[in-house]
Design a protein around this ligand. Sequence first.
Ligand SMILES: N[C@@H](CCC(=O)N[C@@H](CS)C(=O)NCC(=O)O)C(=O)O
Length: 385
Amino acid sequence: MTYTLYGMAGSLYTARARSYMRTHSVPFSEVKAGSEEFVGKVVPQIGRWIIPVIKTPDDAIIQDGAEIIDHLDGAGFSKNPIYPTDPKLLLIAHLFELFGSHGLLRPAMHYRWNFDEVNLPFLRETFRDVLPSGLPKEAEDAAFLHASGRMRKAAEVFGVNPDTYKLVEESYAQFLLLMERHLQEHPFILGGHATIADYGLIGAMYAHLGRDPAPLRLMQISAPNVFRWVERMNMAEVFVDDSMDRSGGDLFESDALPDSLLHIMRFISDDYVPEITAHVDRANSWLEANPEVETGAQTNNKSMKSGLGLAPFEWRGAAINTVVIPYRFYLLQRLQDAFDRQPQEGQTAIRAIFESTGLETLFTLRTNRRMERQDNQEVWGDIQP
Ligand SMILES: N[C@@H](CCC(=O)N[C@@H](CS)C(=O)NCC(=O)O)C(=O)O
């Protein structure tokens, strides 16, 4: 009954799946993505090189962190409910899933690729996970240069450039401070156990910001409780600390949410809503210009090039352009679908919390066509009502 996780120690999205697998004691082996097994057998089945991927004990292949977690949750591995049953908490969990997987790309890329003096020897080693085994030294160096060159370009299309370095650092310092204040009192984002909120955030917070030497040091020095949470998110043991609120495992009461959580939500509104708004606008202009796109057509989702181009927006007073990634719309839709499923009065109560933190636009901000996943790829769906 063992699973295989194909990934990379330094990969943001692998960290999300791995964290679930570790914290819920899923038996698995991790096989590096540079392996012949992955490149030769798995990639052809998915149709693109992308991680994470799991192979189940009955040889099914699943790509995508959210789908991997849902599959394992459905198989009964979750020790606690990772989707809160309280509708308000559920919607907040989806918010963190969306922001966590795409709202922290600027600090994740900046602190990885703009601190070569401290990070480079470590990155060179860690990137061996995506290289074939047994390469001669020279070929390995060339392959690292190629792979890291692509990632440095990705940092740029996520909005990291010399004009924004300072803003990225300020924004991340603010985020770390808010997370530190929250995690000083509560073990996880929504209280006593991890939910999809935590799994969304852990990708960037572990793989880059809690593992690469420069940002790891920053986290340990300026936000020790965030570092402790990163550790908790990678361990199978039950965490007990009776000095913390709800360390027995219960989630918050949704009518008494701690201010520290609402402050992080307000941060997400300021930092991320302008970006996702610009991306939805850009996708809708693209859809208007490309009306012939058929339902089921693949979006060519890539980290750096999606075919939807760059979206311009103002971020912290700077004009930036970032690449539009279709997968974000899929996560945004998960939040909206969860909202749409609630009865009217439930929606009113949820809306009140999102309005008080400047996030209500997320319920109406929709691409004109749905974003679906089929055969491990993002594809355009039907026109949204
Ligand atoms: N939706 C995906 C996103 C996966 C993703 O973008 N993974 C990155 C690595 S962290 C990747 O494989 N990118 C492909 C590339 O760089 O070509 C998930 O969460 O599984």
